[in-house]
Design a binder for this molecule. Sequence first.
Ligand code: GLA
Length: 387
Amino acid sequence: MKQELLKKFEEVFGSTEGANVYFAPGRVNLIGEHTDYNGGHVFPCALTIGTYAVARLRNDDKLCLYSMNFEESGIGESTLSEIENKTAGDWRNYPKGIIWAFGQKGFKVDKGMDILYYGNIPNGSGLSSSASIEVLTGFILKQLFGFDVTNQDLALIGQFSENQYNGVNCGIMDQFAIAMGKKDSAIFLDTADLSYEYAPIALDGAKIVILNTNKKRGLGDSKYNERRSECESALASLQTKLNIKSLGELSEEEFEANKSLIGDEVKIRRAKHAVYENQRTIKAVKALQDKDIELFGKLMIASHESLRDDYEVTGIELDTLVAEALKQEGVIGARMTGAGFGGCAVSIVRTECVDKFIENVGKAYEEKIGYAADFYVVEIGDGPAVL
Ligand code: GLA
């Protein structure tokens, strides 16, 4: 892979002098969905698929960005002084947003760069291809300019750029999972204070299988920001009586006793999901520590039902994949993962049943939805690296 990337870089930029190769993973969230902007817990892990880049400094202030995934758009050339100018729908808004965000945080990028990107995460599939580009670009800036930032800072700068530059009000989960990824472990993160623990994922005799609906979605035009404001409004109503900072502070009982304060039926369901999903995540990590993988699977299923019925972010494609997955032999649990509205589902399946699982679910999905799903048997990998 490294050699191929260097070869391509040479083709595009003329030589490989001064260039290094970098990688940042994608992520999948095992449980704890739409909890990260509600002060709750999440349980994602980094993947061995992700985004690669070859990068070097230039002696002028030109920024030359090329993606092997969008070869038709060629080398995008701009200067550092026009970093604030965005082009709607251009993938370069992600790396440019990071350079802008570093500047906002006092880290001045004062030299241009040539960067070639290549991602093997399916775009827009809910496996965080954008957060992967963001963390990767931050990691490259850290290496090339010697900025004194930790990997956790890279996550926060990535989120800042996504919120402020790209206009998506996302939480911290994706960038954190990618920047802090650890091989064979998921990250149990409390988004209220960013305290976290690594939990080894030893799925004896089982695999993580990701199911891609192949329904494209973009977070910016989805109902993501709307869900977030519904939760904020529910929280504000609860705060008229309760002294809480986020929905993540509530137990199920406290929520039930006070939910009438919210008034609106839809907002009650949104807040209910946030509260119950957070508690489910805590229970799921405990189940894993107790080696009770069956209970972990049941909690995954309950998570999907809540995202479908109360949070309403699934849709026919994700619901079909999960329903068909749950009919199969050897399935331990399945649920949508990421923002929803299309994208991917994640499942845990007994190793000896994986082939049949993929065949059966694939067939049923195509019959119902009219086009094929994709399946990936994934491994949990490390965070960003120089290759
Ligand atoms: C997207 C966002 C995350 C998180 C998930 C839903 O992936 O980027 O911050 O909110 O959706 O859990």
